[in-house]
Design a protein around this ligand. Sequence first.
Ligand code: FES
Length: 156
Amino acid sequence: MTKTCVDPKKARKILDRYPSGDGTSLIHALQDIQAEFGYVPCEAAELLCEHLSVPISKAFSAATFYKAFSLEPKGDVVIRVCTGTACHIRGAQTLVDELCSILNVAPGKTTKDLKFTLETVNCVGACAMAPVVSLNGEYHGNVQPGTMSKKIRGGK
Ligand code: FES
């Protein structure tokens, strides 16, 4: 987990929703932390584990097992390129390569300025529109190579 500065008051406010010593609340509390901070900061996880009386390893296991959790801060724009079979056949890897080049990051990483996170995902259920890229959850279909730079900067 990344060690960063989080507002302990914000973390405490979340913890106050859960009875102390109740380890069964771990996942719900982690979800609240993820929603508040956009990821699970180390300090917040430590406070949570102390509050719920669970070992930090348990929070770490949950946070790494479930895809809904991130241990790293995400960018303002989360770019997800579908690399499922239909999208792969229709050029998803070219889009991934193009984005890696534009953003200078590898898949799964966030730009240093925290503006963009690039991820690859499995089929998102929109195969008819392949290849599909989502920007903060908004799907773009039939994405052509050479168009990503404009798209991620708000163009269509
Ligand atoms: S494979 Fe990409 S949407 Fe199904």
